[in-house]
Design a binder for this molecule. Structure first.
Ligand SMILES: NC(=O)c1ccc[n+]([C@@H]2O[C@H](COP(=O)([O-])OP(=O)(O)OC[C@H]3O[C@@H](n4cnc5c(N)ncnc54)[C@H](OP(=O)(O)O)[C@@H]3O)[C@@H](O)[C@H]2O)c1
Length: 315
């Protein structure tokens, strides 16, 4: 089958011919309708999970998918052939990814019925970014807070998070790298700050002299960069990093709770995400589609930055 992946750790993604996977006990074979692109994909290909899981080459990349169940492996009973499903797969060994015509999925893992209101192409954009946004809302936003600053708000996670936060009555300040006011306002942001044109500290302090209640930083990779945003959180607030850049002890000294969020992908989160989507509270922000053959270019562009919403590959 056609697939996109790498032949070695840190290799350049290329179009590959890979063996069609065979579902083992408890697994289902899914014919991929579309597969989303996430930063996690190239982080894994660069070796992020080495030490935690074995790698197998050629390594088919991709974690997000939506598709149709083709067949069940032994003992797999949760789905029937023909069911539309979506989810996130991190295989063991790493390398049986979703940027391919077929993928096998453990039925007990992060897979659920695809949102009924979406095409498979749109559904494939949702799993990792949507579950991350829901998970962050769970840990940070449902504590009676009123204001939320999101740094990196225009990307995949930020586009979901802005909508979910607004739906939970949080006033969202969206910090972006470009002219995204219209797009972010359509997602429910109260204020969008293009940090290339206006210092974030000025914009936030003008509206919130004591600081915002909560920060979610989706962009800062170092504690120093994260602390610049966390300095805009009020005493008693919370500052969340998706990049492991929060230093909880140092933040605690300042009266701010620091959290390094780690997604625990699950079928439950996917079911809730589908309810948010089918209930009309979240629009899946697909900005770009590419055929699988163009996957290597699409991945290179995505990795270079400038991401708005989600990009999906269609086999
Ligand atoms: N810990 C977890 O469980 C978890 C889960 C999901 C994602 N993540 C991580 O979270 C990060 C975000 O994921 P994503 O899928 O949303 O990535 P993405 O789609 O690439 O979005 C990132 C966004 O941040 C913007 N940005 C970068 N620097 C900025 C700055 N200083 N100020 C404002 N905006 C800035 C980018 O714009 P430009 O490209 O134009 O700069 C882009 O729009 C990734 O590193 C991902 O690996 C972690």
């Amino acid at each position: 089958m056609r697939a996109v992946g790498v032949r070695e750790t840190k290799g350049r993604p290329e179009l590959l011919e890979a063996a069609r996977p065979v579902p083992d006990e408890g697994e289902v074979l899914v014919k991929v309708g579309a597969a989303g692109i996430n930063p996690l994909d190239w982080k894994i290909a660069d070796g992020m999970l080495e030490g935690a899981l074995p790698y197998s080459f050629p390594l088919v990349m991709g974690v997000d998918f939506a598709g149709v169940v083709e067949s069940n492996g032994p003992q797999a009973r949760r789905f029937q052939p023909g069911d539309g499903v979506y989810g996130q797969v991190i295989s063991d060994p790493v390398g049986r990814g979703t940027w391919a015509e077929y993928v096998v999925v453990n039925e007990a893992a992060a897979v659920a019925a695809a949102p009924s209101s979406l095409s498979l192409t749109a559904a494939a954009a949702a799993p990792t970014a949507g579950m991350t946004a829901l998970g962050i809302i769970d840990v940070a936003a449902l504590r009676g807070y009123e204001s939320l600053l999101i740094i990196g708000a225009a990307g995949g996670v930020g586009s979901f998070l802005t909508q979910l936060a607004a739906a939970h009555d949080l006033r969202v300040v969206a910090a972006t790298h470009g002219h995204d006011e219209q797009r972010m306002a359509s997602f429910g942001a109260a204020l969008t700050v293009d940090v290339r044109e206006r210092a974030l500290v000025d914009a936030v302090r003008t509206e919130y002299p004591r600081g915002v209640d909560a920060l979610v930083d989706l962009a800062s990779a170092t504690p120093d960069a994260f602390d610049a945003g966390a300095a805009l959180v009020r005493d008693g607030g919370v500052a969340v990093s998706t990049l492991g850049a929060a230093t909880p002890d140092a933040l605690y000294e300042r009266g701010v709770e620091g959290l390094n969020f780690q997604l625990a992908a699950s079928a439950d989160l996917l079911v809730r995400l589908a309810q948010e989507i089918d209930g009309g509270r979240v629009t899946v922000p697909v900005e770009s589609e590419a055929p699988l053959e163009r996957g290597p270019d699409a991945v290179a562009r995505h990795r270079a930055g400038g991401n708005r919403g989600k990009t999906v590959l269609v086999p």
